[in-house]
Design a protein around this ligand. Sequence first.
Ligand code: FES
Length: 121
Amino acid sequence: MAEHSIVEASELADGDHLVVELEGREIGVFNIDGDYYAHTNWCAHQSGPVCEGQTAGFLDAEFNRESLETDIEWTREDEIIACPWHGWEFDLVTGECHSKPGVQLISHDVFVEDGEIVVSV
Ligand code: FES
C-alpha cells in the first residue's frame, strides 16, 4: 500500500469532492465538514462511477403510533452519494449501501499531512 499526496487541503472546500487517478484506479476524495473520506470510483451494482454522483443528506423520519404524527428531519448533509447510473445510495462515512445491506464502497485511508490530503492505495 502506497501513500499519495493529492491536493492541498485548502483546495478542497467543505462539501466538495474530486476524482483522481492513483495506481490505475480512480479514487473519489470527499471533504465532509473537514473530515476526509476516499473511495474507489466503482459501484458494486454494475461498476458505475459512483464517486461522480451527487451528494446529499438523509431524510430521517420517526413515526409516533400514538399521536399519529411523523417527525421528519434533514440530516447528514453531503454524507450520502447517489451513483449516477441507477441511483444506488451509499454512506460516504461508512461506505455502506443504503438499499443493499452488506454492500460496501471500497474505502481507503485518507489524512492530512503538512497541509496536503494524502490517500493510501
Ligand atoms: S452502477 Fe451504480 S447504481 Fe447501477
